[in-house]
Design a protein. Structure first.
Length: 277
């Protein structure tokens, strides 16, 4: 059996990877329009047109027609840039996720090439594409893939710092981790993960530098709130994301009690959760 596996495992891996990539490519042109293609797409259109984010779809909701201050900033800015570059179309917007999917794959390749091998890279991509959410989010205008790219990029750079002790990697990792918060507020988890990794490796000065710089970069998320604090508080506390209800210190512990419901709430999540476990 071992001889058979050794002989055929590489062709099988290539066959499975090519099959998945073909499915992904076939899936993109006919993928139906997602709600967030429209909702986030409108924000990108407004940013490209006016230089600020607003909404005509939500005229009477939280003063969105005046200005939106709570949004996926760097992601929407990139969408606006792509509209400027490639024209107003659904695929101009979706190209953001496709491009960052390719960048993420490139970063994984570089990491595997340096620390593992090309077979591990191919297996990693197979596992990623086997997750329905990644298969889908790589082709619609949502920030998950862009966020994952910045998150993995920050980890890769921090790993290089720990291995080489070169400060440039630490600084770049902190900048990328901080910028991930501008992509999506969930990017705060990459700052936390970096802090834990540095403390675990007893890099005390690195911990101070990384924490300070990443938080400074992340704080740029709030620059639009200057002079608009009333509107920012209104939207931050009342937005559909319900971010304002999670500010109390005990909320993370309270959320843990029902976390299992989120991790097993629908079929798309089952595979990723089981794979993680």
């Amino acid at each position: 059996m071992k001889e058979i596996i050794d002989k055929y495992h590489r062709p099988l891996i290539w066959l499975l990877l090519i099959f998945q990539l073909l499915l992904l490519a076939i899936n993109i042109p006919g993928l139906y329009v997602d709600f967030d293609d429209a909702w986030l797409g409108e924000q990108a259109i407004m940013f490209a047109r006016d230089g600020i984010v607003s909404s005509e779809m939500f005229q009477d909701y939280l003063r969105y027609n005046e200005r939106i201050l709570v949004y996926h900033k760097a992601f929407i800015w990139t969408g606006g840039l792509f509209i400027k570059l490639f024209g107003l179309s659904l695929y101009s917007l979706r190209l953001v996720s496709i491009l960052f999917g390719l960048i993420l794959s490139g970063l994984i390749y570089l990491f595997c090439k340096k620390y593992y091998n090309s077979t591990i890279f191919r297996l990693t991509i197979i596992i990623l594409l086997a997750c329905p959410l990644i298969f889908r989010y790589a082709a619609i205008f949502r920030p998950e893939v862009m966020l994952a790219t910045f998150g993995f990029g920050s980890f890769f750079l921090l790993y290089e710092y720990i291995k080489s002790n070169k400060t440039k990697f630490l600084i770049l990792s902190a900048i990328v981790a901080g910028f991930s918060v501008l992509v999506h507020l969930n990017g705060i988890m990459f700052i936390g993960a970096g802090v834990v990794l540095l403390l675990f490796n007893k890099r005390w000065s690195g911990f101070v530098t990384f924490s300070t710089l990443s938080i400074l970069i992340a704080s740029l998320y709030f620059y639009e709130a200057l002079g608009n604090m009333e509107l920012f508080r209104l939207q931050f506390a009342s937005d559909p994301s319900n971010a304002g209800s999670n500010l109390q210190w005990y909320m993370p512990f309270k959320n843990l009690i029902s976390e299992h419901k989120r991790l097993f709430r629908k079929p798309e999540i089952y595979g990723i959760t089981i794979l993680f476990l």
